[in-house]
Design a protein around this ligand. Structure first.
Ligand SMILES: [Zn+2]
Length: 462
């Protein structure tokens, strides 16, 4: 029996993979309610003979699909949740809502299926080579605002892994070489006493005042934070709509970020003091709820380097003329002035070179892949799914989500991830080196940032 490369397998599966990505695009679902999107992936895994376990970590739309036996155990992480308010027609040169309440503004329809492609490629390799090893596809829900993987990591889902890979749609073909920030998301509530704002103001205790004072306190704190830290907030509840009432309740959602979990924890203690101070000043009652957290990303140069070596060997797809023309128009009409947008060369389909610098400052965002990266050596890449200048979480990303170029870039990511895992199966010394590096980087190991007992919640359920 000939052993297929990941490219041969994924090329053969292209029509089915593309159809699955389109199906998920058509059923955009918000964090932790991804029933149909999960079903599309679960059915595919079952048809391919993977042993599927649903509802892992007690999360209804989280699942795993396992194939093979014995060590090493290799993981591929997939996501499939969508973003609210981004319902948008596909292949459209203008913002045109399609009547759906959510849309794939982060390309997770492609993310979930590109990772599935890699798992299937490894399955074929294991089957045809007779090699020992296990590949597990993880269906990870609620990436957007939910940190699904951090809950899964806390509940030991990733403990058995020897290594893992994943990817994210983007505008470049590049292996990820920068870390990301850890974060906590906390809901702060103030309770006061309603009263007539003119007739009996002294009888009222304003929760809204408390919330405003808290925000001011945090504003002063911002001057005294490490350079890597960020604090954001949104007001969920400002009391009521009547200005002649002293507002008896107010709520804000705080997102606190820093370079690592310890940094976030220290900052969180200071924010708590500010909230308590605001309650003291206003004679209101403060309470808070831990919503979610995620860890910083642990780099693994051994894995990244191998992934890059493989990427440099495999030619990236070049978008066809129709995709080029569409991207040119989209750029001219809506993306001029966006970073790197270029109507003369709308897609950066060339491969980027590897640029890992030890100690480089983390990129400003966070990802729940971070928690998985604390449990095993992990590498990620991005591929040129969208044209240059396409902002994440935008209607332009949604509208490009079904194009041929997007799906080819998805399969390209699948091929590179698949080949990376196959290389680890073929070179136990390389896997050992990656694990040794991993042990050095995580030191005493993973401490889950999410306290026991905190359950995943969709932001709409706060
Ligand atoms: Zn995303």
């Amino acid at each position: 029996m000939t052993v297929y490369t990941a490219k041969q397998t994924i090329d053969e599966y292209a029509p089915r993979l593309d159809a699955a990505a389109d199906a998920i695009w058509e059923t955009p679902e918000l964090a932790f309610t991804e029933w149909q999107s999960a079903a599309t992936l679960i059915n595919f895994l079952r048809e391919e003979g993977f042993e599927v376990e649903e509802g892992i970590a007690g999360i209804a739309t989280a699942f795993s699909g396992r194939f093979g036996h014995g060590k090493p155990v290799l993981g591929v992480l997939g996501e499939y949740d969508a973003l609210s308010g981004l319902g948008q027609e596909a292949n459209c040169l203008e913002k045109k809502p399609n009547g759906k309440n959510a849309g794939q503004g982060c390309g997770h329809n492609l993310l979930g299926v590109g990772s599935l492609a890699a798992a299937i490629a490894v399955k074929h390799y294991l089957e045809e080579s007779g090699a020992e090893g296990t590949v597990i596809y993880y269906g990870c829900p609620g990436e957007e605002g939910g940190s699904g993987k951090a809950f899964m990591a806390r509940d030991h889902v990733f403990d058995e892994l020897d290594a893992a890979v994943c990817w994210h749609p983007g505008v470049l073909n590049k292996v990820r070489t920068r870390s990301s920030l850890a974060n906590y998301q906390i809901l702060f509530k103030f309770d006061g006493l309603a009263a007539h704002a003119a007739g009996a103001p002294h009888m009222g205790r304003s929760a809204l005042d408390a919330l405003e004072l808290m925000n001011i306190g945090v504003q002063f704190l911002r001057e005294h934070m490490p350079i890597s830290a960020r604090i954001h907030y949104s007001i969920i509840d400002a009391g009521g709509i009547s200005p002649n009432v002293v507002q008896p309740h107010a709520e804000a959602l705080y997102l606190i970020r820093d370079a690592d979990n310890d940094g976030v924890k220290e900052l969180y203690k200071r924010v708590l003091k500010i909230a308590e101070g605001a309650a003291l000043m206003t004679e209101t009652k403060e309470s808070h709820d831990f919503v979610k957290a995620c860890s910083n990303l642990v780099m693994n140069e051994t894995m990244q380097h191998e992934m890059d070596r493989i990427m440099q060997e495999i030619a990236p797809p070049v978008p066809n003329n129709e995709d080029m023309a569409f991207a040119r128009e989209l750029t001219l009409k809506t993306l001029m002035g966006a970073p790197h947008a270029n109507p003369d060369h709308p897609y950066a389909y060339e491969k980027m070179s590897y640029d890992f610098n030890e100690g480089e400052i983390a990129s400003a965002g966070s990802t729940d892949v971070g928690d998985a990266s604390w449990l095993c050596p992990l590498a990620q890449l991005t591929t040129a799914t969208w044209c240059l200048g396409t902002p994440g979480h935008s209607w332009q990303a949604v509208t490009q989500g079904k194009r041929a170029a997007a799906k080819e870039a998805m399969r390209y990511a699948g091929i590179i991830m698949g080949e990376t895992l196959i290389s680890l199966l073929e070179h136990p010394d390389l896997l050992e080196k990656a694990k040794e590096e991993f042990r050095g980087r995580v030191g005493k190991g993973y401490v889950a940032p999410i306290p026991e007992g905190v359950r995943p919640r969709a932001l709409t359920d706060l």
